[in-house]
Design a protein around this ligand. Structure first.
Ligand code: VG1
Ligand code: CO
Length: 544
């Protein structure tokens, strides 16, 4: 067995975004591109790698297997002691996080572009997670980027990686390579958090559910847990086989991309509960019969009800939400008498709060919900917690949502995405908006008055680090809000995200069409930011 040192030239664009390095597959297929980035990660981890365990897995998209084999060969050549890899190179993001934690690994490499489309024309991604199982924080991703920008060579084993389909242990150079079942460890963790017997009882009683895995990584997890362990009828999980191109679909669980599930749940013979997950299994979409549950509402409802599940029977120490997420969970936290933190977009910002025990539950408007059981958002976990709450309360999912609104009020919420906008135009819009911030308070826009306007900055209460320029917030006196930020996960041009919400305390006004209720805020947001003038777009490309 021998190690080859390959001279290389650095790529200037290996800068991780909201969640790892994400690029078009063609970019990753450039000579040494994957190798360089992996070497930069390992160099950044440094001496701690020596003899340590590294977890590896991905969402099964195009390039997954090839890249996994490359990571194994580079890791083995860099002194990693043990590589724990999911069979077939697969691991959902939450399962990878769980495995890093339970195996005492120094960290993990996750091969995923998450909710972005896959296939040869689609996207690929590489992400590094730390020993706590969570995405590397900004200072580490910054260091990886600097290292990648100066790289002059990488180390790789001459020999091929072992067959990733065969479970068990082999050696590559000095390293042990263990191919493990991707589901077992994760399923065991779920059994500790929610009451499997109670949920199984629900299914025995005829409860019908549809889980759409969108041909992505959650299929095998959902089949094992929902159908085999909990006894849901075969066929409950659809699109259960992970495909390299996700069957040509966009593996983003929202009402637009999970169209078939939405149609079924809005139809006359809707099952009792509908759910979907994204490419790498960390997002969740919840649909009650006839009623889509916004991720912001789902977070609030889970926070209010989590104590019913065994893993949370002691209550919550606190909660957190990303800044653009609606303020519904804040109302629950207030009622519970626990702190509620507001963080920038991206799961890495929850890490310190979870590690320090300040929060138990957290979430994002982009269909991400999680708890302190791992350090990633966890799609299937959220679905299981919902099921356990339904089983414990005996309530229908739609009734549970309406009862929540009646008790706390409803935060009407929508997100308007302007995708593939010219990058300079999008930057121009944000710059102009930031320059106007100070002049906005007191200004009126069609019946709404701006009360406050700022550019969100986050001071981490645990390590004191400050992250600035995380999105523009416009607060209206009418208990409404508009938030503007540019996506950090897109791979073509820029994506402008506009988050819009309005609080409605009156239960008599809780069943109105969302876009109608929010129309004045939508109009004000377009005007304030000059969206059409800057981008040439009169309408968003995706409304969720
Ligand atoms: C998006 C979401 C953000 C999420 C991130 C990663 O980021 O808005 O809430 O954490 O994707 O999710 P951005 O920068 O494009 O808005 V995943 O499931 O793609 O890892
Ligand atoms: Co994801």
């Amino acid at each position: 067995m021998s190690i080859r040192i390959v001279p290389t030239r650095p790529y200037a664009d290996q800068k991780p975004g909201t969640s790892g390095l994400r690029k078009k597959v063609a970019v990753f297929r450039q000579p040494h591109y994957v190798e360089n980035f992996v070497q930069a990660i390992l160099d950044t981890v440094g001496e701690r790698l020596r003899g340590a365990t590294l977890v590896l897995g991905g969402d099964g998209r195009f390039l997954n297997r090839e890249a996994a084999e490359t990571v194994i060969r580079i890791a083995a050549a860099n002194g990693v002691g043990r590589i724990l890899v999911g069979q077939g190179g697969l691991l959902s993001t939450p399962a990878a996080s769980a495995l890093i934690r339970s195996s005492g690994a120094v960290g993990g490499i996750i091969l995923s572009a998450s909710h972005n489309p896959g296939g040869p024309e689609g996207d690929f991604g590489i992400k590094y997670n730390m020993a706590n199982g969570g995405p590397a924080p900004e200072e580490v991703t910054g260091a990886i980027y600097r290292r990648a920008s100066a790289l002059t060579g990488y180390r790789i084993m001459e020999e091929a990686a072992p067959n990733l389909d065969r479970l068990g242990e082999t050696r590559l150079g000095e390293a042990r390579v263990e191919v493990v079942d991707p589901v077992t460890n994760y399923a065991a963790l779920m059994e500790q958090l929610v009451d499997f017997d109670r949920i199984a009882g629900l299914f025995r009683g005829g409860f019908r559910m549809r889980f759409d895995a969108l041909s992505a990584v959650t299929g095998p997890y959902a089949q094992e847990i929902l159908e085999r362990r909990l006894g849901a009828p075969a066929g409950t999980v659809v699109n259960a086989t992970p495909l390299p191109d996700f069957g040509g679909h966009h593996p983003d669980p929202n009402p637009v991309h999970a169209e078939a599930l939405m149609a079924e749940m809005m139809g006359p013979d809707a099952p009792d509960f509908g759910a979907a997950s994204d490419g790498d299994g960390d997002r969740n979409m919840i649909v009650a019969p006839g009623l889509f549950v916004t991720p912001s509402d789902s977070l609030a409802i889970l926070a209010a009800q989590a104590h019913r599940a065994p893993g949370y029977s002691r209550g919550l120490s606190g909660v957190a939400r990303s800044m653009p997420t609606s303020r519904a969970v804040d109302r629950v936290a207030k009622r519970l008498g626990v702190p509620c933190y507001e963080t920038p977009t991206g799961w890495k910002f929850f890490g310190n709060l979870l590690d320090s025990g300040r929060i138990t539950l957290c979430g994002e408007e982009s269909a991400g919900t999680g708890s302190d059981h791992v350090r990633e958002k966890d799609g299937l976990w959220a679905v299981l917690l919902w099921l356990d709450i339904l089983a414990a309360t005996g309530q229908r999912a739609d009734d549970l949502v309406r009862a929540h609104w009646a008790e706390y009020g409803r935060d009407y919420y929508t997100r308007h995405d302007y995708e593939e906008v010219d990058a300079a135009a999008a930057q121009g819009l944000m710059t102009a908006l930031r320059e106007r911030l100070a002049t906005l308070p007191g200004t009126r826009f069609g019946g709404l008055t701006v009360e406050a306007a700022d550019d969100f900055a986050y001071a981490d209460p645990v390590d004191g680090s400050v992250t600035a320029a995380q999105g523009v917030r416009i607060l209206f006196a009418e208990d409404a809000r508009a938030v503007f930020r540019l996506s950090g996960t897109g791979t073509v041009g820029a994506t402008l995200r506009v988050y819009l919400e309005r609080f409605e305390p009156d239960p008599a006004r809780h069943a109105l069409p969302v876009q109608e209720v929010l129309a004045p805020i939508i109009a004000a947001a377009r005007e304030i930011a000059g969206i059409e003038a800057h981008t040439g777009r009169a309408e968003p490309s995706v409304i969720t």
